[in-house]
Design a binder for this molecule. Structure first.
Ligand SMILES: [Fe+2]
Length: 250
């Protein structure tokens, strides 16, 4: 598996609190079948972005060194999870903030204050730079839980979607679970990420969650989102999503 979303680096956000926890998160990922782990701290304030970029890279290098020393077989890649609001329109250069320098950029929003129109405007702005926006945990936003067809409209604009591995099990809430399963079963999940914050609880062990998905879930779709699509991303190749149904019909 390739996990494109985690808060594994210590002391950059609300994720790992220290280096030992970060190493434990990496060891758990490696032990449970993850080959590549993206380190995607929250980027919330653009005036701190350059400094955060440097600190992230220093910590990623340090963590790689420790993994090598301890013989933990995990490849680390970098990115950010960018909190979007209208301030994004002032930014003209995104390349340092994408996933591993690729065209793919991981974004999130305020869970309940965000309107679909705003998300579409932000995504179109990013797309105008040749970027491919990936919305982190779409199942957790109010505007999606109220109107799941919003995902189909965003998809038509070229936006991709990453659900959290725990969501289809209802671990982020019942409605979030229903939405995640609907997206998955209709081919609207391009990536499954851990969004891990710790070595325990919301952790880097995606395999144990995927194994517990309901039987109705097509294992090929899970494999596509946890392994094949992330590999396309890793190589910065174009990804053509295959949507299976119309969410607007539901
Ligand atoms: Fe996250």
């Amino acid at each position: 598996m390739i996990d494109i979303h985690s808060h594994t680096l210590w002391h950059l956000d609300d994720g790992s609190p220290d280096l030992d926890e970060s190493v434990a998160m990496c060891a758990l990922a490696a032990d449970t079948g993850t080959k590549y782990l993206f380190l995607t701290p929250h980027l919330i304030y653009w005036d701190e972005a350059e400094d955060l970029f440097d600190r992230r890279n220093e910590k990623a290098s340090h963590l790689r060194h420790i993994l090598r020393e301890e013989g933990i077989p995990l490849h680390l890649r970098t990115g950010f999870e960018i909190l979007c609001d209208d301030e994004i329109f002032e930014i003209k250069y995104f390349q340092p903030y994408t996933l591993n320098g690729t065209r793919y950029i991981l974004i999130e929003f305020d869970f309940f204050k965000t309107a679909e129109e705003d998300v579409r405007a932000w995504c179109r702005y990013l797309t105008s730079f040749g970027l491919v926006p990936i919305i982190a945990h779409p199942e957790r936003y109010g505007f999606v839980m109220n109107d799941i067809a919003s995902i189909e409209r965003l998809s038509k604009d070229g936006v991709l979607f990453q659900i959290n591995a725990a969501s289809p099990l209802g671990l982020f809430g019942g409605r979030e679970g229903e939405v995640a399963l609907t997206l998955l079963n209709n081919g609207y999940v391009d990536f499954i990420g851990s969004d891990a914050h710790r070595a325990h609880g919301r952790n880097t062990n995606m395999a144990s969650l995927l194994r517990r998905y309901p039987e109705e879930v097509d294992r090929d779709l899970v494999h596509l989102a946890a392994s094949r699509n992330p590999r396309v991303l890793l190589h910065d190749e174009p990804l053509t999503p295959v949507r299976l149904g119309h969410l607007s019909d539901l």
